[in-house]
Design a protein around this ligand. Structure first.
Ligand SMILES: [Fe+2]
Ligand SMILES: [Fe+2]
Length: 206
């Protein structure tokens, strides 16, 4: 659905707030995610306003220090993590805290926007189409300049949203294995669930 005038104005306000909050390098990435998410929203029939708003806000807390993020995890009561778990999860925390921090700033936005922000690093078993769009747009926006991701972006037109999401999630698992990085334990369950769904789909098609 095309944007109405009040949505356009609201997005201009979000744009300014994000530009003020983040470094120019990060803001450049965010703009790439916005453009990519808008393109995917049009292609896959997802609400454009929510996709653009979530894309603008997905890294709202990304430039906090690890100490600030841990404080926010405690303030928002985001789970009972040990200190060592929190250290392992540093790269993930900004998604979980960012959803709550952005909600404080933009409470008028639909809840689905904050859910998509919270899932943009780890994904989840229950991904809505909006969640999938933000997850994929964050990975495929052009300024990342990663050849393997550019290849996925180039062939994305031929893929359904589920196929695109599967391809992106698989890419992130392969990256972690290739670089000897830890896998967030729930991601293994997400992977297994995706494989189960694909196998069930194949059986149905046979
Ligand atoms: Fe992020
Ligand atoms: Fe990002």
């Amino acid at each position: 659905m095309a944007l109405n005038e009040s949505q356009k104005q609201y997005l201009v306000d979000i744009h300014s707030a994000v530009e003020k909050r983040l470094s120019s390098r990060r803001f450049f990435h965010v703009k790439g995610v916005v453009d990519t998410a808008q393109k995917f929203a049009k292609r896959y029939g997802v609400d454009e306003f929510s996709a653009i708003a979530a894309a603008y806000l997905h890294d709202w807390d990304k430039e906090h220090s690890n100490e600030e993020l841990i404080e926010l995890v405690k303030e928002y009561k985001l789970g009972d993590f040990s200190e060592s778990e929190l250290k392992e999860y540093y790269p993930l925390l900004h998604a979980w805290t960012g959803a709550f921090s952005a909600l404080k700033e933009f409470p008028e936005l639909p809840t689905s926007v904050f859910v998509a922000i919270s899932k943009h690093t780890t994904a989840a078993k229950d991904m809505s189409n909006l969640d999938k769009i933000i997850y994929c747009a964050d990975m495929l926006e052009p300024s990342r300049g990663v050849k393997s991701l550019d290849k996925i972006a180039a062939k994305s037109k031929k893929l359904t949203l589920d196929e695109l999401y599967f391809t992106c999630f698989k890419h992130s698992m392969k990256y972690l294995l290739k670089h000897d990085k830890q896998i967030y334990p729930p991601s293994i369950d997400i992977w297994n669930e995706l494989i189960r769904e694909r196998n069930a789909d194949c059986k149905q098609k046979r």
